[in-house]
Write a protein that binds this ligand. Structure first.
Ligand code: NAD
Length: 258
């Protein structure tokens, strides 16, 4: 029997990047998947890909910063599969690169709406379902920007520190209900979001920006989305017991540098 047979996992922002890579790892391990994203076209593509592994896949178009839409995706997941065993609360955006004093407040608020409130709404509606069914596992997505500062990314850093904080609170409030909540803090993992950031740093030669960035990492490379997927799969699995309220860096050791 596969590790996630008969288990249902909701993945927000699952149509691309880290969400999709994790969905693929979980599909291979037998999970039923509920993939939530606001990019409908990418969502359809993801469903086709994931179903090749034989997974049951429910896709839901939703913006995680809209509370009603979040309530709806949780209700739909329960309607379809009856339970939610794992929740990968992953959808997030980077915003723009600008110094603290120059930051466009409209974009600042958008980053907070998606990265902070989107993660909060997800837990707000998933946790009662998990309480009712006797437990569950949650993995929120922070970032190394949730552990330290990142130049020109004030709202991103603020939102990701908040994700780490909310993870601690969920852990201490709902551990009694057999709900384990942890966060991951990826470093630079080569997804469309990071590729876009390299384009902004060096529009003429994004590959050069990527190579230069990788030289700072103890492993001299960027991470692969599938490596993140494997960590998340562990944190959502029955093998992961008694880890609660932690923010686990997956960054080749980079956050230990100063
Ligand atoms: P990505 O842009 O490749 O994918 C993000 C997905 O989330 C997309 O499918 C997008 O449509 C969806 N999404 C964004 N906002 C949404 C919203 N409001 N509602 C619904 N769906 C939404 O990004 P990624 O690199 O895979 O990032 C995923 C998460 O990992 C984010 O929270 C990001 O901050 C975090 N992260 C990524 C890295 C990295 O190196 N890639 C590093 C640290 C943290």
């Amino acid at each position: 029997m596969k590790a996630f047979e008969n288990k249902t996992v909701i993945i927000t922002g699952g149509a691309m990047g880290l969400g999709l890579a994790t969905a693929q790892v979980l599909a291979d391990k037998g999970a039923n998947l509920v993939i939530v994203d606001y990019n409908e076209e990418a969502l359809d593509k993801a469903k086709n890909e994931l179903e090749k592994s034989g997974a049951k896949v429910l896709t839901i178009v939703a913006d995680v910063s809209n509370e009603e839409a979040v309530k709806n995706y949780v209700d739909k997941a329960v309607e379809e599969f009856g339970h939610i065993d794992g929740f990968y609360n992953n959808a997030g955006i980077e915003g723009k690169q600008a110094s603290l004093t120059d930051y466009d407040v409209k974009i600042f608020k958008k980053v907070i709406d998606i990265n902070l409130l989107g993660v909060y709404y997800g837990m707000r509606y998933v946790i009662p379902v998990m309480q009712k069914q006797g437990g569950g596992k949650i993995v929120n997505v922070a970032s190394v920007g949730g552990i330290r500062g990142v130049i020109n990314q004030t709202p991103y850093v603020a939102s990701k520190h908040a994700v780490s904080g909310m993870t601690k609170n969920a852990a201490i409030e709902y551990g009694k209900d057999n709900i384990f909540t942890n966060a991951i803090a990826p470093g630079a993992i080569l997804t469309p979001m990071v590729a876009q950031a390299f384009k902004e740093v060096n529009p003429d030669n994004p590959k050069a920006a990527e190579t230069e960035y990788a030289q700072r990492n103890p492993t001299r490379r960027l991470g692969q989305p599938e490596e993140v997927g494997r960590l998340v799969a562990f944190l959502l699995s029955d093998d992961c017991r008694y880890v609660n309220g932690q923010t686990i860096a997956i960054d080749g050791g980079e956050s230990n540098l100063y």
